[in-house]
Design a binder for this molecule. Structure first.
Ligand code: ADP
Ligand code: ZN
Ligand code: ZN
Length: 712
């Protein structure tokens, strides 16, 4: 008998071909089967999306349809839960099903023939049967702290989702390991997923998980999944997870879509990290999808952080208004890391005007060097100086293609645009008036590194730890930022030098404050801590607080030096509540203050937002499209009802208005009700598509909806 199958294929973001396509097949492949189908002149990967001959398959006589090329043999169909996850994500983030489904599969699956895939599967099967032979003895487990014990007891007893609010160094990772161990030993085929925000953090975690679980579950029980892996490695991990051979998947945000037929636990480490939110395609939040997926599949969800996102914190409030997550608290740091660094604020109002590093901070840095200890100085701006300037005619090094200045990089004497990449050699004289005396304004990490080298030129590092009167070599300063780590492997190499003690003062951007464990650093300094305080972005204080807390938490984790580690903040607003809370390492106080402000202003988590962004050659076109779509909303069938709890704001230029000669505009949509926002967006999609086709859409390059945007 001939069947009609509806198959999802990769469709362009906003194509009208949003649903599944129909194909003819002699065999009734069940929903979830991976198949190859003809599309135009090509043959592409697809997923059977419904039961054969189901309602979604168009009621066309099967003879009129093109024939399916065949299934990907050897693969079990994707589960109904996986398909539901995709359906939800596509609906919630307003993208086409085909785009989301195919993007969620490993890219190589698209390119392999059935024969090639068969070979891969055979090879994987071979490696996973070798398993149990060389099982080493499990490592000796530490005795849990009372806080860890309590957290685990509640984890066992309650369904979750959980928010593990644990200080840096409180032993969260150990709790993750125990949670995984509990669920995976209780059920022989159960699987767990552990997510981390950065690729760089996966090797450390992978080593820890492998050491713990390979002896228990076999050599191939732990696999990773992130964009730093080769397509072949990614496919291998994916196949292992899909087949059930892998019991634990470690990965970055993309892992949330992995096929795990027996998923019982999802852990999201550093759940506050913005990199869980995708910045392209379907702009999904892997953390939010993890919570959804957990509920869908009956898997426990554990979010962990020392500085949770205000959303998660709010949901874990023990009051009636939050209350969706169960908060587990581990406030104490373990052992060597027990004391938190002393936070010192330097009031920059009392320093000389051109002062970059206040004298007391400089003295403290010098003192650390002479003691053979390390310091970390961070500044959130890379390059030498953010702008070159001519004092005669006021010329500035603007980027001709963006609404931004090009940054002066002294190292190769270039002016580089950090937004479009446009690079030129530094002119010998002012391009506008010929004045040869053009100067650097402001400073970035490169200049800070140079400046510190001058200021600390006379300081000597000890030849040995016991050296009381250092006669040794000059201070060693290193810099870690996106420029110094551009080459593959550079970051790891530089970090290794820091860990080996070859660096006295490490200068860098927020890149260095994240995740890396700097046990021998005893002083952390933020040179310009104020940058986020008065930002138009309401999430800026939250990000700053978490960054500084993380940085402070990294310092001085070695036993003999943790006692006197310090965090220095240079600020013009030393009394600011953010710094007051930071001084006490008091996240709850900071969060309470922020949430009160957000409640007052009806900002998330007390309201729900979406942004529509439009890009065009001119700002008029970009805004014109948004205005027309906004006007079109009122004319929708049911428009009045749909708009009832919705605020549609006017179209405005984005804060980075022009990038690479493309003008960008955005429009904010807000609602006190998530459901109302969803209903409106789903209906409004059609209006946006139509507007795109009309006169108002002429000249528009692209548009996209960002649901729950992080940057506004
Ligand atoms: P976090 O993830 O909360 O920053 P970690 O899990 O990395 O903290 O733990 C900090 C340090 O404490 C690690 O070196 C870890 O091995 C150690 N540790 C964790 N739990 C215990 C325990 N119960 N007893 C002794 N040491 C522990
Ligand atoms: Zn000039
Ligand atoms: Zn540019």
């Amino acid at each position: 008998m001939t069947h009609c199958l509806s198959v999802l294929v990769q469709t362009p973001a906003h194509s009208q071909m949003a649903g599944a396509l129909s194909y003819r097949s002699e065999l009734a492949f069940p929903a979830g089967t991976l198949v190859r189908v003809p599309l135009g002149k090509r043959e592409v990967l697809g997923v059977v999306w419904d039961a054969p001959d189901g309602a979604a398959a168009q009621q066309i006589a099967p003879e009129k349809l093109r024939a399916l090329a065949g299934p990907l043999e050897g693969l079990t169909p994707l589960t109904p839960a996986w398909r539901q996850l995709i359906t939800f994500a596509a609906g919630y983030y307003q993208r086409s099903l085909g785009e989301v489904a195919l993007a969620a599969l490993p890219p190589q699956l698209r390119d392999l023939s059935t024969v090639q895939l068969g070979r891969r599967l055979k090879r994987n099967a071979k490696t996973s049967t070798q398993d149990d032979t060389n099982c080493a003895k499990g490592e000796d487990l530490a005795v849990l702290t009372p806080e860890q014990t309590l957290a685990l007891q509640r984890f066992d007893a309650e369904p979750g989702p959980f928010l593990l609010f644990g200080a840096t160094g409180s032993g969260k990772t150990e709790v993750y390991l125990r949670c995984v161990a509990r669920l995976l030993t209780a059920e022989p085929q159960a699987q767990a997923m552990v997510m981390v925000p950065e690729i760089n953090l996966t090797p450390q975690l992978e080593a820890r998980f492998m050491a713990r679980f390979n002896p228990l579950f076999g050599e191939h029980a732990v696999v990773s999944l992130h964009s730093g892996m080769s397509p072949a490695q990614r496919l291998k991990s994916w196949l292992a997870a899909h087949s059930g051979a892998a019991r634990i998947v470690l990965g970055t945000r993309m892992a949330v879509f992995a096929s795990l037929p027996r998923l019982r636990l999802i852990i999201v480490d550093e759940e506050h990290d913005p990199s869980y939110k995708s910045g392209e395609g379907a702009r999904y939040s892997a953390r939010d999808l993890a919570v959804y997926r957990g509920r869908l599949e009956g898997a426990k969800v554990l979010l962990g952080s020392a500085t949770p996102s205000l959303e998660s914190w709010h949901h874990s409030r023990p009051t009636q208004e939050g209350g969706r997550y169960l908060r587990l608290e581990m406030p104490s740091r373990i052992g060597a890391a027990a004391t938190l660094p002393l936070v010192r604020r330097v009031d920059m109002n009392h320093q000389s005007k051109r002062c970059v590093i206040a004298p007391p901070l400089l003295a403290a840095l010098a003192q650390r060097v002479t003691c053979g200890e390390q310091s970390l100085v961070f500044l959130n701006r890379r390059g030498y100086a953010p702008v070159l300037h001519c004092s005669d005619c006021d010329w500035k090094s603007e980027c001709p293609h963006c609404s931004a200045y090009r940054v002066f990089h002294k190292i190769d004497r270039t002016l580089r645009c950090h937004h479009c990449g446009y690079t030129e050699r530094v002119p010998r004289a002012c391009p506008a008036c010929g004045n040869p005396d053009i100067t650097a304004m402001g400073r970035g990490t490169e200049r800070l590194e140079e400046h510190l080298a001058e200021l600390l030129a006379d300081v000597r590092r000890p030849n040995s730890v016991s050296d009381q009167w250092p006669q040794g070599e000059p201070v060693r300063i290193a810099r870690i930022d996106a420029d110094s780590t551009r080459l593959k492997g550079e970051l790891a190499a530089q970090l290794a030098r820091v860990h080996a003690g070859e660096v006295d003062v490490l200068v860098g951007t927020q890149m260095i404050a994240k995740g890396h464990d700097f046990r021998r650093i005893t002083l952390v300094a933020a040179i310009n801590a104020d940058s986020a305080l008065f930002s138009s972005d309401f999430r800026a204080p939250e990000r700053l607080f978490s960054l500084l807390m993380q940085a402070a938490g990294r310092a001085g984790r070695d036993a003999d030096i943790s006692g006197h580690s310090e965090m220095w903040l240079q600020t013009f607003h030393p009394q600011h509540p953010l710094f007051e809370a930071l001084k006490r390492h008091d996240y709850p106080a900071f969060a309470a203050g922020q949430l009160a402000e957000r409640a007052q202003a009806a900002l998330p988590p007390f309201s729900f937002q979406a942004l529509v962004r439009a890009e065009a050659r001119t700002q008029d076109i970009a805004q014109g499209f948004l205005c027309a779509a906004s006007a079109g909303a009122a004319n929708m069938a049911d428009g009045a009802a749909l708009l009832q709890h919705i605020s549609l704001y006017p179209a405005v230029p984005m804060s980075m208005q022009r990038v690479a000669n493309v003008e960008r505009a955005q429009m904010l949509i807000e609602s006190p009700s998530r459901a109302a926002l969803q209903r409106f967006l789903t209906a409004w999609q059609a209006v946006l598509h139509v507007t795109r086709q009309q006169a108002e859409g002429k000249g528009l390059l692209r548009w996209a909806i960002d649901v729950d945007p992080l940057l506004i």
